[in-house]
Design a protein around this ligand. Structure first.
Ligand code: CO
Length: 460
C-alpha cells in the first residue's frame, strides 16, 4: 500500500516554530529539490504566511506564490484557507471569497484545504464551489476536537456531508496534536468505510503523540499524512518527514519519497534553523514534548497566549484557575473546536471571568458576535441565558451570516484607486487593510529610490 506525504516546511512548520518569519530568500535555494523529492504536495500558503509576508517580511504574498510555482512545477502547491473567513478572523462576502480562490488558483495554487472553526459547512460551501469551478482540488476539513458532542458518528456524518458537497478529499485537522493513536485509528476506519474520497491526516508533534498517531492512521487506511522535514519538524511542528518515511517503509508501506533528496532538504534548513535559534525567534522549548496539553486538551498556541496575557497583567498566579475555567466557557459556547479564532476568544473570556471574579461580568465583543450567530452554528447547545443577556431574539442571525453581507470587492477597488496595482492588491487590502496599505506605501517608496539610484548610476 502506498502512503502520500505532504511537506509542511513552507507553511505550518515555520508557522508553528518561528511564527511564520521565514523570508522567501531562506528557502528559495531548496525549492527545486523539494519539487523533485516525490511529495504529494507542498503546503506553502495560508492566513499567517500571507499576513506575515506583508507585515514583517516586506514581501508580496502573491509574488511569493508565483515565485514558488515558477520552480515547483511538478508537485502540487497546497494552501490552508479559513472558508468564509479566507485568511482572517471575520466573515467576508461571497464575491470576495470567490475572487480570492480564483486569484489564488491563477497565481499557482493547486490544493485548497478549506476549514471552518465550528465545522459549520455553510461557511465553506462557497469556497469549495469556486475552487471546483477553477478546476482545482478542494479539500474539505474536519477540525478535530474532543467533547461530549464530538463522537465518531458525528465526524462520519461530517465526512459524508463534505463528500456530498463535492470535495476531492477530506482532511482531519488535529491542530492541537491531541488525537491519540486509537482515536485516530477508529476515526479513519469509520470514515474510510463511509466515504470514498481520499483522507489526509494532519497533526502536530506537540504532545509527543504525533508519529504514533500517524502510524495508526496509516494502518486504518489514511491516504496522505502531513510531515515536516526533520530540521524544521517535531515539537509544535509536524512529525519529521524522514523518520515517518523510514518507519512506514519498515512497516511495509511504499512512499514516493527520495531519501537522498530528503537529506539534502534537511541539511539545507540546518543553518536556517540555527539562524532563528540565534535570533531567539526559535525557542528551544517549543521543540520539546508538552504532555500537559493532553490534560487540558487545548492547543499549545492558546496556552502560550494565555500565559502572555496573564503575565502582562501580573496575574500569572491565576493561571491554574483560568485553565480550569476554559471547559466551562467552552461548554457555554456549545463546545467549539479550539482553533483560530475560537481558541483566542474562549481563552480570553476564561481569563476575564477569573480576573473579574465573576462569570461573564464582562463579555467580549467577539463572544457577543459569536452568541449572535455571526460565526455560524456551534456543535452543541449554546447557553441560552447568555444569548438572551446580549441579544433580542429578532437580532439573532438566521441562516448563513455571509448572506447578510454586501459585495465588497468592486467598492474597495474603487476606493483604493491607484494604490492597488492589481486585483491581488485589492484582495490583500481587504484581508489586512492597515498592513497592506503600509506595504503599498513602502513599495512605492522603495521603487522611487531604485529609480533615483538608477538615474544617478547612469549619470556616473
Ligand atoms: Co496545523
Amino acid at each position: 500500500m502506498k502512503v502520500n506525504i505532504t511537506e509542511t516546511v513552507l507553511r505550518d512548520a515555520q508557522q508553528s516554530l518561528i511564527a511564520t518569519r521565514m523570508p522567501f530568500s531562506d528557502f528559495e535555494g531548496i525549492l527545486e529539490n523539494l519539487d523533485n523529492s516525490g511529495y504529494y504536495s507542498l503546503e506553502c500558503w495560508g492566513g499567517a504566511t500571507f499576513d506575515s509576508c506583508l507585515r514583517y517580511l516586506d514581501e508580496d504574498p502573491w509574488e511569493r506564490l508565483r515565485k514558488i510555482k515558477e520552480v515547483c512545477k511538478k508537485t502540487p502547491l497546497q494552501m490552508l484557507i479559513r472558508g468564509q473567513n479566507i485568511l482572517g478572523y471575520k466573515h467576508y462576502p461571497d464575491d470576495v471569497v470567490r475572487l480570492f480562490c480564483r486569484k489564488a488558483a491563477e497565481n499557482g495554487m493547486d490544493i485548497f484545504r478549506i476549514f471552518d472553526a465550528l465545522n459549520d459547512f455553510r461557511n465553506i460551501e462557497v469556497c469549495i464551489d469556486e475552487v471546483k469551478k477553477c478546476n482545482k482540488h478542494a479539500q474539505g476539513c474536519i477540525c478535530y476536537t474532543t467533547s461530549p458532542v464530538h463522537t465518531i458518528e458525528k465526524y462520519v456524518e461530517m465526512g459524508k456531508q463534505l463528500e456530498s458537497m463535492g470535495v476531492d478529499s477530506i482532511a482531519i485537522k488535529d491542530m492541537a496534536g491531541i488525537c491519540g493513536p486509537q482515536e485516530a485509528y477508529d476515526l479513519v476506519k469509520a470514515l474510510k468505510s463511509e466515504v470514498k474520497v481520499p483522507i489526509q491526516f494532519h497533526t502536530h508533534a506537540t504532545t509527543g503523540l504525533g508519529p504514533i498517531t500517524l502510524v495508526k492512521a496509516v494502518e486504518a487506511g489514511v491516504d496522505t499524512i502531513d510531515c515536516a522535514i526533520s530540521t524544521m519538524g517535531g515539537g509544535t511542528s509536524q512529525p519529521a518527514t524522514e523518520s515517518m518515511n523510514y518507519a512506514l517503509k519498515q512497516l511495509g508501506y511504499e512512499t514516493d519519497l527520495d531519501e537522498d533528496r530528503l537529506k539534502k532538504t534537511a541539511d539545507f534548513f540546518k543553518p536556517v534553523r540555527q539562524k532563528f535559534l540565534d535570533e531567539g525567534r526559535l525557542n528551544p522549548t517549543v521543540l520539546g514534548v508538552r504532555a500537559d496539553i493532553l490534560k487540558y486538551q487545548v492547543p499549545g498556541g492558546m496556552l502560550s497566549n494565555m500565559i502572555a496575557n496573564l503575565t502582562d497583567m501580573h496575574a500569572m498566579d491565576k493561571f491554574d484557575e483560568a485553565l480550569a475555567e476554559i471547559p466551562a466557557v467552552r461548554k457555554d459556547m456549545g463546545y467549539p473546536p479550539l482553533v483560530t479564532p475560537l481558541s483566542q476568544m474562549v481563552g480570553n473570556q476564561a481569563v476575564q471571568n477569573v480576573l473579574l471574579g465573576e462569570r461573564y461580568k464582562n463579555i467580549s465583543k467577539e463572544i457577543k458576535a459569536f452568541l449572535r450567530g455571526e460565526y455560524g452554528k456551534a456543535p452543541g447547545e449554546v447557553n441560552q441565558e447568555l444569548i438572551d443577556r446580549c441579544w433580542k431574539p429578532e437580532e439573532l442571525v438566521q441562516g448563513r451570516y455571509a448572506d447578510t453581507l454586501e459585495p465588497a470587492f468592486e467598492k474597495t477597488k474603487a476606493e483604493l484607486g491607484d494604490k492597488a496595482r492589481s486585483d491581488e492588491d485589492v484582495l490583500s487590502y481587504i484581508a489586512f487593510p492597515q498592513v497592506a496599505e503600509k506595504f503599498f506605501e513602502a513599495r512605492e517608496e522603495k521603487e522611487s529610490n531604485t529609480v533615483n539610484y538608477t538615474i544617478e548610476k547612469k549619470e556616473d
